[in-house]
Write a new protein. Structure first.
Length: 106
């Protein structure tokens, strides 16, 4: 995955999801050069959800995955359904944009 794609995922994760509540530690507008905050905290989860959507998973499947990350893996209780939904919608948009770019590059 290209760095620009990771940065795009980070912006989505930090602006819409942030289940741990670390948003105040990250400058979302300057995420590419931020080094002193836990900017990679959500990378693994966002990359997986993004990949799921790229490979044909439904919105609901991606939402369930992110909710299970919060509830089971992180043990934070019930996931915020709105933030999960908004995150997946933003990831879907990025998948569409990446698909359009691939078509344009052909």
């Amino acid at each position: 995955m290209k760095k620009s794609d990771v940065y795009a995922l980070r912006k989505i994760g930090w602006s819409t999801w942030d289940p741990i509540g670390l948003r105040d530690l990250v400058d979302i507008d300057d995420i590419e050069s931020t080094t002193d905050a836990p900017v990679d905290e959500y990378d693994t989860y966002l990359v997986k959800a993004f990949g799921m959507l790229q490979n044909g998973a439904t919105r609901l499947e991606a939402e369930r995955y992110l909710a299970s990350v919060v509830e089971v893996h992180m043990g934070l209780g019930t996931a915020d359904a709105t933030s999960v939904k908004l995150t997946v919608l933003a990831l879907e948009k990025l998948v569409r944009e990446k698909g359009a770019q691939s078509t344009d590059d052909s």
